[in-house]
Design a protein around this ligand. Structure first.
Ligand code: AMP
Length: 285
């Protein structure tokens, strides 16, 4: 595996692979890798492309009161994990390498970035779209892999690629979960054992919401109420949002008759967890 923190060196390595006729697949991450990230890497490898993993904790997507400084990092552990996973190139730039000057050029994906996580994390998706756009220009991938754990992020990137005519196929990857249902996240390490136990309610309540839909419930507000009641009665977490929205464009839904995203964010102490489920009502008609 080749690894570099330098944009110029990465460009040279990639130019060589492109000259050989190879496709390039990019898996952008913030590191502290787990099985969720490895699943993205596996899918990328299955395409036969040269797999590039980037590890960069992007300051631009963290708000001033968020957890940038305490975000977990372990580059050497990550490097050995991606090497074992058969990754071809690891790109781990410093903040100075990515942002040598103060940023005055941003990529903003309107509408999609103001709801759900965008409502409580203003500027977050602008930071994500900007850094992913930079990575796309640096790596020039044919394919890019994004987890559905961050479903809104996936939609934002897909829309950016479409609106800006970027020649990149955006590939979604299903959520990888612990045995008890908790979605894997680098932030799970911050949970106390009690919070870790309680956090099971997130996936359990999403499953219950899906069962409710299966049983004929079609009111988005009623589904949200059921979720909220279950979460607040079964854990000490503080709900940030619980919402049912259109799975294609995140628009508001009153009566559920097309595929919906059931999404939630809950804070356990200072650790904010997100989870979601996409439900196709057609399956239940
Ligand atoms: P992060 O390092 O948290 O920014 O995540 C990097 C990529 O991995 C993003 O596309 C995430 O959606 C994806 N990812 C993170 N956790 C999971 C998970 N549990 N299952 C699937 N994909 C994930």
């Amino acid at each position: 595996m080749k690894r570099t923190s330098k944009i110029l060196e990465l460009r040279e390595i990639i130019a060589l692979e492109k000259k050989r006729g190879r496709n390039i697949a990019l898996v952008p991450t913030m590191g502290y890798l787990h099985r969720g990230h490895l699943s993205l890497i596996e899918q990328a490898k299955q395409t036969g492309a040269v797999v590039v993993v980037s590890i960069f904790v992007n300051p631009l997507q963290f708000g001033p009161k968020e957890d940038l400084s305490r975000y977990p990092r372990d580059l050497e552990r990550d490097a050995s994990l991606v090497k074992d996973a058969g990754v071809d190139i690891l790109f781990h730039p410093t903040v100075e390498e990515m942002y040598p000057r103060s940023v005055i050029t941003y990529v903003e994906v309107g509408k999609l970035d103001t709801v759900l996580c965008g409502a409580t994390r203003p500027g977050h998706f602008r930071g994500v779209a900007t850094v992913v756009s930079k990575l796309f220009h640096i790596v020039q991938p044919d394919l890019a892999f994004f987890g559905q754990k961050d479903y809104q992020q996936y939609l934002v990137i897909q829309r950016m690629v479409s609106d800006l005519n970027l020649p990149i196929e955006v590939c979604p990857v299903s959520i990888v979960r612990e045995e008890d249902g908790l979605a894997l996240s680098s932030r799970n390490v911050f949970l106390t054992s009690e919070q870790r136990q309680e956090a099971r309610v997130l996936s359990q309540s999403l499953n219950e919401a899906e069962r409710s839909l299966g049983a004929g419930e079609r009111s988005a507000r009623e589904i949200e109420k059921q979720l909220r009641d279950r979460i607040s009665s079964q854990c000490h977490g503080v709900i940030d949002y619980v919402e049912v929205r259109d799975a294609g464009d995140l628009s508001e839904v009153t009566t559920i008759e097309r595929p919906v995203l059931i999404a939630l964010a809950v804070k356990f102490g200072s650790t904010r967890l997100i989870d979601n489920k996409v439900v196709e009502v057609e399956n239940y008609v």
